[in-house]
Design a protein around this ligand. Structure first.
Ligand code: SF4
Length: 172
């Protein structure tokens, strides 16, 4: 299934940088079957077969693809976001076109480092998760000793995107 339609459903300022925007979009089709091929072709793709999801970087922007939706954080503005979406469509559709020549890579990407997880946490060190600090929570998440559900702050609307990105990054 090629990627021809991307409908933006939500745009708001980025939490970390209010001069940039974050967004969610619906994809017009289920593109989950292409993820192992993108994983094979794009060097810095972060593939999580458990969900499944696949994250890509376009310079400072982070794009996370799910089977039928996507998120983007740190786009400059809506024009920039649309240009990145066109770039993404070209990449996905090019890989679809060459699919028969590509050996799919079904392996999960290396787990993220604690600091990468920490950057997306609320950083209040409130201890409501049972850990002394958000950094300790990040470490425990990677050790399978904690669960995102245990951070009440992450359930707040403002952290919805961070929560989605964390879900995509964490090993399943
Ligand atoms: S509950 Fe959330 S915000 Fe509070 S310390 Fe734990 S991870 Fe950090």
């Amino acid at each position: 299934m090629t990627l021809n339609r991307v409908d933006i459903t939500y745009i708001s300022p980025c939490l970390a940088d209010p001069d940039k925007i974050r967004l969610k979009a619906d994809l017009g089709s289920n593109i989950g079957d292409i993820f192992p091929f993108v994983n094979a072709e794009i060097e810095r793709a972060n593939y999580n077969p458990g969900l499944p999801s696949l994250s890509l970087q376009k310079e400072f922007r982070t794009i996370t693809l799910y089977e039928e939706k996507m998120t983007m954080i740190k786009a400059e503005n809506s024009t920039d976001a649309m240009q990145v979406i066109e770039w993404l469509k070209d990449i996905i559709n090019d890989i679809y076109a060459r699919k028969d020549e590509i050996e799919p890579d079904h392996t999960a990407s290396d787990p993220p480092r604690p600091l990468e997880i920490f950057k997306l946490l609320p950083k209040t060190n409130c201890s409501k998760c049972g850990e002394l600090t958000c950094l300790a929570f990040a470490v425990q998440l990677l050790e399978y000793e904690q669960d995102l559900e245990n951070c009440p702050k992450l359930k707040e609307k403002d952290y919805a995107d961070a929560r989605e990105t964390l879900k995509a990054m964490l090993p399943q």
